[in-house]
Design a protein around this ligand. Structure first.
Ligand code: F6P
Length: 327
């Protein structure tokens, strides 16, 4: 085995609060182990273009509290091509980089897996996405902050919903995963939560809203995950509800990218720090082709092949809790 003297770090895909804290931990763990660290800017695209900068312990000062990623991020189409990946490998070789830490979501890990198979290059991943849709970790970096952002926003929406006796449909992110919707929905006291993992159907939603009205509720919040079947066109859903339940005046709020920004929560900062140190421990311990995650509050590693989405199931107990407490 070639000993690791220089490690590159990049962030890829959608940014997430806590990515900076993760980079900081990676850089400082490298310094601790007397390994050089190189920042690769703009994800795999910067890797292809050789956008590198040496990082030391002081390069990452004052960033643990900052949202976004100072290394910047991109979704690189060129890295999906064999020529793009060859350019990336040549840049790593010319720069004498022996291994990489990639921080991102399942797309980032899919790219890493292909690259490892082609060039036998050691890579370890960290789960950085607000969606919490990665198998092999209980939590992804950025998810907790996004939940808090959503709950804070819905608390504000509830004030105006109450004042006007209105029904609000609030669309949240999460791609094909309902984790943000379900947990933020419970935390914000939503009346209904629409998630892709459990197709409720428009009729059942109407029945439920009708029951709510009869039980004395004057305003309501429905949290709609962007990937949910009936919520896919949230404005159409609003019209459908108004046409079928005349007693409701409906408004729509799409929270959008506000969910990706902001100062990371303490939980995300600590998680990112633990996983960043774990990534360097793993690489120096000769692990590769794995993601470092957190399972039952223990730092663990899982092969990239197991992290791909579709296997991270929603907690059915939470759905039950949401149903009971929204009566
Ligand atoms: O994966 C993170 C995420 O914010 C998803 O929740 C959302 O569907 C997507 O990225 C949005 O991507 P973009 O920033 O490219 O519009």
């Amino acid at each position: 085995m070639k000993s690791i003297k220089k490690i590159g770090v990049l962030t890829s895909g959608g940014d997430a609060p806590g990515m900076n804290a993760a980079i900081r931990a990676v850089v400082r763990a490298c310094v601790y182990h007397t390994v050089e660290c190189v920042g690769i800017y703009r994800g795999y695209q910067g890797l292809i273009e050789g956008d590198f900068k040496k990082l030391d312990a002081r390069s990452v000062k004052n960033i643990i509290n900052r949202g976004g990623t100072f290394l910047k991020s991109a979704r690189s189409k060129e890295f999906m091509t064999a020529q793009g990946r060859k350019k990336a490998f040549d840049n790593l070789t010319n720069e004498n980089i022996d291994a990489m830490v990639v921080i991102g979501g399942d797309g980032t890990f899919a790219g890493a897996s292909v690259f490892i198979n082609e060039f036998d290059f050691p890579i370890v991943g960290l789960p950085g996405t607000i969606d919490n849709d990665i198998n092999g970790t209980d939590f992804t970096i950025g998810y907790d902050t996004a939940l808090n952002t959503v709950v804070e926003a819905i608390d504000k929406i509830r004030d105006t919903a109450n004042s006007h006796n209105r029904l609000f449909l609030v669309e949240v992110m999460g791609r094909d995963a309902g984790d943000i919707a379900l947990n933020a929905g419970i935390g914000a006291g939503a009346e209904e939560i629409l998630i892709p993992e459990q197709n409720m159907g428009r009729e059942r939603l109407l029945e439920s809203l009708s029951r709510s009205k009869k039980s004395g509720k004057t305003s309501s919040i429905v949290v709609v995950s962007e990937g949910d079947q009936i919520g896919k066109n949230i404005f159409e859903l609003a019209t459908y509800i108004e046409e079928n339940l005349k007693e409701y005046e409906v408004r729509v709020t799409v929270l959008g990218h506000i969910q990706r920004g902001g100062s990371p929560s303490c939980y995300d900062r600590v998680l990112a720090s633990r996983l960043g140190v774990g990534a360097i421990d793993a690489l120096l311990g000769d692990e590769k082709n794995v993601m470092i995650g957190i399972v039952h509050n223990k730092v663990t590693s899982v092969p990239f092949s197991e992290t791909m989405k579709g296997t991270n199931e929603i907690d059915v107990d939470l759905i039950r809790v949401a149903d009971i407490i929204s009566i």
